[in-house]
Design a protein around this ligand. Structure first.
Ligand code: FES
Length: 99
């Protein structure tokens, strides 16, 4: 799917990511190193926090981690918990301020 990514400095870029990988991996593979993803996708660090548009529902595990962020919004997700599918085409992802 083609994903539009807005970095912390406000610049946007559309990139093609692979179906079956996680959004976190896609961000890392395309050089968005503001997404630290320190735990490597284990849903335990919350440094892969992003805002997604359209919004989707966070799992309970994600929710518990996102609750610790000062920058949480209704459309917050942990990018390592989103596995990309063709219907993610057109997704807009914004990288939140650092916690
Ligand atoms: Fe650590 Fe997503 S990479 S929670």
């Amino acid at each position: 799917p083609i994903i539009t990514v807005v970095s912390r400095d406000g610049t946007g870029r559309a990139v093609e990511m692979d179906t079956g990988t996680t959004l976190m991996e896609g961000l890392r593979d395309h050089g968005f190193d503001e997404v630290l993803a320190m735990c490597g996708g284990c849903c335990s660090c919350a440094t892969c926090h992003v805002y997604v548009e359209p919004a989707s529902t966070a799992t309970e595990e994600e929710d518990a981690l996102l609750a610790l962020s000062a920058h949480r919004r209704d459309n917050s997700r942990l990018s390592c918990q989103i596995t990309l599918a063709p219907d993610h085409d057109g997704l807009r992802v914004e990288i939140p301020p650092e916690d």
